[in-house]
Design a protein around this ligand. Structure first.
Ligand code: 0X9
Ligand code: ZN
Length: 305
């Protein structure tokens, strides 16, 4: 199997970021956006194939949740696909002609490392909590979107602990700071998770409909239909709160409220047979499904704007 058909340790991913940036100095650059609570660097890759005035951008983050290994695997897959198929594949070419892409391969490096060394099923980051012996905050409950209301927990020992206050964690703060400072160019926000095969959009933090709900629904529907046609695999789609559960403090809702009106969360394979322990042999199809979904949505954003 190739490099992209395997899961990689955090050190391997850091090495890959370094080497891939060096091999593509004109198109790929590394931006240090902050560091984790255990002081690991948070690197964003910027894919920029040309210099157009007023060029827009999209953001993709992977690895918010430590145990969802298919997620960082997708970010690497996406970069590799972009570098290999620009000017070969029509869709990726038009996307990269019109947009820069910011990719955060591992938002939660401490948790990811911990799943490789100590506890494969760890979800949260690895920060210590004042007044508790329990470790970690759920980074996808730590953003400032109806923070710590129903669907999150103020109890540090739970898997959905929201943290002491919004953006209390260096990982969520680094992402929020970066997006705040790039909100005039970033038109599309995508967050990659697993598992359950869903394509979600705002809101997850309230049962209310987003202002452009019908747009988001149509885009998600088109993406899911393409995945079904090409790979014979089905994904459910809809507003998060009504499709899975109420879950406040998520990055997608926060990015949406910041003004990034196209905001999606993918839940990749599978539907529960292997769950987070998805075997490496499933990586190619799982990533290609997400790739076709991301492309469909990105092309629609370009069309609309
Ligand atoms: O609960 C989550 O954070 C995500 N599901 S997961 O099984 N990967 O943990 C869903 C996130 C949907 N979006 C928001 N809740 N904002
Ligand atoms: Zn997740």
């Amino acid at each position: 199997s190739t490099f992209y058909e395997r899961y990689h340790s955090l050190d391997d991913i850091y090495y890959w970021i370094n080497r891939t940036t060096q091999e593509h100095p004109t198109t790929l650059s590394t931006i240090l956006i902050g560091s984790s609570s255990e002081k690991r660097p948070l690197y964003v890759l910027k894919l920029s194939l040309n210099d157009r005035p007023n060029k827009k951008a999209m953001w993709i983050d992977c690895g918010i949740h430590a145990r969802e290994w298919i997620s960082p695997a997708f970010c690497l897959w996406f970069v590799q696909h972009s570098l290999s198929f620009y000017n070969i594949n029509h869709d990726i070419t038009s996307i990269l002609d019109n947009m820069d892409v910011y990719i955060l391969p591992v938002m939660n490096p401490d948790g990811y490392h911990y799943t490789w060394t100590t506890n494969r099923m760890w979800r949260k980051n690895r920060s210590t909590n004042k007044g508790s012996n329990c470790i970690g905050v759920d980074l996808n409950r730590n953003f400032d979107a109806n923070w710590c209301t129903e669907g999150a927990s103020p109890e540090p020992c739970t898997e959905i602990y929201c943290g002491a206050f919004p953006e209390s964690e260096p990982e969520s703060q680094a992402v929020a700071d970066f997006l705040r400072s790039h909100k005039d160019t970033v038109q599309l926000y995508i967050s990659i998770h697993s598992y359950s095969q869903m394509l979600l959009f705002p809101y997850s933090c309230t049962l209310e409909e987003a202002e452009n709900h019908s747009d988001l629904l149509e885009m998600a529907g088109a993406a899911v239909q393409k995945i079904r046609r090409y790979y014979r695999n089905s994904y459910r789609y809809g507003a998060g709160a009504k499709t899975i559960y109420l879950a406040p403090g998520g990055s997608d809702d926060w990015a949406y409220n910041l003004g990034i009106k196209y905001s999606f969360t993918f839940e990749l394979q599978d539907r529960g047979r292997y769950g987070f322990l998805l075997p490496p042999s499933f990586i190619p199809q799982a990533c290609n499904e997400a790739l076709i979904g991301v492309k469909t949505i990105a092309l629609k954003v370009i069309e609309k704007t």
